[in-house]
Write a protein that binds this ligand. Structure first.
Ligand code: M6R
Length: 609
């Protein structure tokens, strides 16, 4: 995710900003920039690539100044480039802004600002903020920023600076974190504490809708209604390494906990009117193009492949279109049957997985239309596909994929609704029912994330075993596969997933006294069948840990442990049911003292065949 740093005080600001940006590097970024107020006015420098590229460009020649803002950008709107990097300026270069988040209505704002005579140079959503501030500026930067953010729909954490008021930084937030560091005769602003932890441990945390005026000697924070607030001072007790992980012991846990936010970001602007309608404007597919699709071929690796399996269940059920899912490493060597009306759907968090990319290129050679779901703007997959649906999970650092998987599922559901609408097979009411259910998921997920203790207990049972089984029927089977992969990957316990009905065709021979079997039971239509399979395991003394949909009471009496999952429409249950499996894998790996974030032999991005 992007990083923000701001400084105002008596020290040379440039080195403090660069140092702060380096402390935020762990979040992932593709370009960096700074804006410094110096004797000759605002000086802005930015560069694509690492912070070192920015430093090389600046050399030793950056003018001195004691206040400024800096940013590491992780591209969302517009590919990584010098021009798209932050800070962004208005037309006059007297205003500069850094921003994290997504401005949903940036296109209409941009159009309106252009009508007012503003000229844009980047492809970003952020640039509208700089022009809005400039547009409303009448000698009071706080008022201009306040008017600008009122115009904006979406999420933001932002800091603005202007030449005319060189004694202050103005910041504001909505749905994206921002924290103010309190020094002696100097103050800091950052999207994340590590940026200034070297200088101060005292902070004010900005809440949604609040704005602040930060000078070298004072910090004034205002409520959304403009009232001056008396905020408490918080003391950061984490060390630097913990602070990078937001106080969590591992990135994986931090990323699991970020999932409600990742879902909200991914649905923002797409599920409209609280889910009553769907619009994936970025795909710009006409109803005719959507109607022409006769088959969908999903290609991916690892966790992304498991997301594709869930997508198959959803698309076949809702769109009544045949969907095939293939591992990219198999697809590329098996001469797949692709007719011209097959849509090839490529899923990749990183957008750089060698096998996935090769599969995409094979489909391109065959002349198929390619739609990619990826988390990285400007990645090879994004560049080579015809259409891209981005997941807005933010950078994923732990090798084990969690929030990327969840946002891939959400994207597949949204794509299904969109295709259903464009093909004219889903009426408004069905779309609204599914859409509103999707919008409820982040809140339901929060309630699951608050139940870690239950999962820690289950992990204690699992940890001493060297083998475990996962079973499920229907879409639960796809989730079981992902649960087993998570457990293998980070705890090194050998785990296999089976379709529940397949056990008796061989695997039942492996069920011995006490062996852990994780049974998914979230699909109302097959609950009875799932229960029968559980009984087969119990009869052989297996230890059944059941993840059951709320209301499936009978399961509690039949199994050894049960974790109830809030109810959603059956087909959407994977978004909720996979999360306890992620936490279970996590706590099991911790109990086995495994290096959770960097499991042995694995890499985050697999760029070799
Ligand atoms: O970047 P991609 O989504 O293309 O990566 C695919 C797999 O390598 C990845 O999902 C892998 O399976 C994860 N480490 C699983 O947690």
């Amino acid at each position: 995710m992007c990083g923000i740093v701001g400084y105002i005080g008596t020290q040379p600001a440039y080195s403090i900003l660069i140092d702060g940006l380096k402390k935020l590097e762990y979040r992932g970024y593709d370009s960096a920039g700074v804006a410094l107020l110096c004797a000759k006015g605002l000086k802005v420098e930015k560069a694509k690539g690492e912070i070192a590229m920015l430093e090389a460009r600046v050399g030793n020649n950056f003018p001195e100044g004691n206040m400024g803002i800096g940013h590491t950008r992780w591209a969302t709107h517009g590919a990584p480039s010098d021009i798209n990097a932050h800070p962004h300026c208005g037309c006059s270069q007297e205003f500069a802004v850094v921003h994290n988040g997504i401005i949903e209505n940036y296109l209409s704002l941009r159009e309106w600002l252009e009508e007012q005579g503003h000229r844009f140079i980047s492809e970003t959503d952020t640039e509208v903020l700089a022009h809005l501030v400039e547009h409303y500026y009448d000698g009071d930067l706080l008022r201009a920023v306040s008017q600008a953010v009122k115009m904006v729909e979406g999420s933001f954490a932002m800091v603005a600076v202007c030449e005319q008021e060189g004694d202050k930084l103005i910041c504001a937030r909505k749905d994206s974190p921002l924290v103010i560091g309190l020094g002696e005769g100097e103050n800091y602003i950052a999207s994340d504490v590590p940026a200034f932890l070297k200088w101060t441990r005292h902070t004010h945390i900005l809440e949604d809708g609040e704005m602040a005026v930060v000078t070298a000697s004072a910090v004034s924070i205002f409520a959304p209604n403009g009232q001056l607030l008396q905020k408490e001072i918080n003391e950061v007790t984490w060390d630097a390494a913990e602070a990078e992980k937001g106080g969590y012991p591992h990135f994986m846990l931090k990323e699991i906990m970020e999932q409600p936010r990742a879902l909200r970001d991914t649905m923002r602007g797409r599920l409209i009117d609280e889910g009553r309608d769907i619009n994936l404007t970025e795909l710009a597919l006409t109803p005719q193009q959507c109607q022409a699709i006769e088959r969908i071929f999903i290609v991916a690796c690892g966790t992304a492949y498991h997301a594709g399996l869930v997508g198959k269940y959803a698309m076949e059920k809702i769109l009544r279109l045949p969907v095939e899912v293939d591992l990219a490493s198999e697809f590329r060597y098996r001469d797949p049957l692709l007719d011209p009306n097959t849509l090839v759907l490529v899923i990749s968090q990183s957008g750089e997985t060698a096998d996935t990319l090769a599969a995409l290129r094979l489909a391109r050679k065959r002349g198929n239309q390619i739609l990619a779901i990826t988390n990285v703007v400007g990645s090879s997959v994004a560049r080579d596909a015809d259409k891209v649906l981005y997941t807005w999970a933010g950078p994923e650092i732990a090798v084990a994929s969690t929030k990327a998987y969840l946002t891939q599922l959400l994207s597949l559901y949204m794509l299904t609704l969109y295709l259903g609408k464009q093909r004219g097979i889903l009426d408004g009411q069905t779309i609204a029912e599914m859409g509103t259910a999707l919008c409820r998921l982040p809140t339901q997920l929060e309630s699951i994330l608050g139940r870690e203790a239950e999962l820690q207990q289950i992990a204690d049972y699992l940890a001493p075993w060297e083998s475990a089984f996962f079973i499920g029927r229907n879409v639960d089977y796809a989730v079981a596969m992902e649960g087993a992969l998570k457990l293998k990957e980070i705890s090194y316990i050998h785990a296999e997933a089976y379709a529940s009905g397949e056990l008796k065709h061989g695997t039942l021979a492996l069920i011995v006294d006490g062996i852990p079997v994780i049974a998914m039971a979230t699909q109302s239509a097959v609950l009875d069948k799932s229960l029968s399979n559980i009984k087969e395991i119990k009869a052989r003394c297996g230890h059944v840990i059941c993840f059951a949909r709320e209301g499936a009471i009978s399961f509690a009496q039949e199994v050894d442990r049960v974790f109830h999952i809030p109810a959603a429409p059956d087909i959407l249950m994977p978004i909720l049911s996979v999360v306890p499996l992620q936490l279970l894998a996590y706590y099991t790996a911790v109990a086995r003292a495994c290096p959770v974030d960097k499991p042995r032999n694995l890499a985050k991005s697999v760029t070799v065949e």
